[in-house]
Design a protein around this ligand. Structure first.
Ligand SMILES: Nc1ncnc2c1ncn2[C@@H]1O[C@H](COP(=O)(O)OP(=O)(O)OP(=O)(O)O)[C@@H](O)[C@H]1O
Ligand SMILES: [Mg+2]
Length: 244
């Protein structure tokens, strides 16, 4: 198994947004979904998490996103050791630092794109007016300035996923986590969603994306490959650097 660990100069002084050490996850019933995962993600990274169905990708993303706690091992997000936090403090940490995007969008039906994005800021402590302003700004950022008042059923799949991404980034999280964000999209819409993730990353967002699409994974700077609950390869794509 090839394991490349290239540390570029720009990464050397970056802050760790995610630090996992020896993380295991055993679900009730005895499934060992993670079997000792070490993973560090530095500020400003854009990485793909790839692996076969059932290998533990979503489980890993849920633990990184503090939606779930590990069975054993250590998890620090934005420098906070989650074992030391109550469930309440953990959800505060999550709403401050993490944004999620799911394959099936998870939009609220019957309310506008703008209201959906504003919903993501509900626990931010911002006023209703400010939430609306930030939602509008996030929708403009994902290229949907002209669809603010459309309800989910009036949007295409790719547009719905953009709304979901706007909702995830409206609070300017340190970390954006996406579980198969292109899984429900045709390849053109999928590529434009990935382009959007590249733009957000260029603006400073740290992003981890689960994908089954090898072409997409290969287009990202780092690929973490997982199999049977273990990281089997962690590869930095240096093709751009080494190209003649
Ligand atoms: N809540 C749960 N309770 C019990 N077992 C679970 C639970 N969630 C997941 N599992 C099991 O843990 C393993 C890892 O699941 P996970 O959802 O992380 O896989 P995945 O890599 O995301 O797969 P896919 O590509 O199909 O989404 C699987 O064997 C699954 O059946
Ligand atoms: Mg999954």
């Amino acid at each position: 198994m090839t394991t490349a660990t290239v540390n570029t100069a720009e990464h050397r002084h970056a802050r760790a947004v995610v630090e996992l050490a020896g993380v295991t996850k055993e679900y009730p019933g005895g499934v060992k979904a993670l079997r000792g995962v070490d993973l560090t993600v530095l500020e400003g990274e854009l990485l793909a998490i790839v692996g076969p169905s059932g290998s533990g990708k979503s489980t890993l993303l849920h633990i990184v996103g503090t939606l779930d706690r590990p069975s054993t091992g250590e998890v620090a997000i934005a420098g906070h050791d989650i074992a030391k936090l109550s469930d309440r403090a953990l959800s505060a940490l999550r709403s401050r630092h993490v944004g999620f995007v799911f394959q099936s969008f998870h939009l609220v039906p019957g309310i506008s794109a703008r209201a959906n994005v504003a919903e993501g800021l509900l626990y931010s402590g911002l006023s209703r007016a400010e939430r609306g302003r930030r939602a509008a700004r996030a929708l403009e950022r994902v290229g949907l300035g002209d669809r603010m008042e459309h309800r989910p059923h009036e949007l295409s799949g790719g547009q719905k996923q953009r709304v979901a991404i706007a909702r995830a980034v409206a609070g300017e999280p340190d970390l954006l986590l996406a579980d198969e964000p292109t899984g429900a999209l045709d390849s053109a819409s999928g590529h434009s969603v990935i382009e959007l993730l590249h733009e957000l990353n260029a603006d400073g967002a740290t992003i981890a994306v689960i994908t089954h699409d090898h072409e997409i994974a290969a287009s990202l700077p780092r690929q973490v490959r997982i199999r049977d609950g273990e990281i089997v390869a962690d590869v930095w794509n240096t093709a751009g650097v080494n190209a003649p």
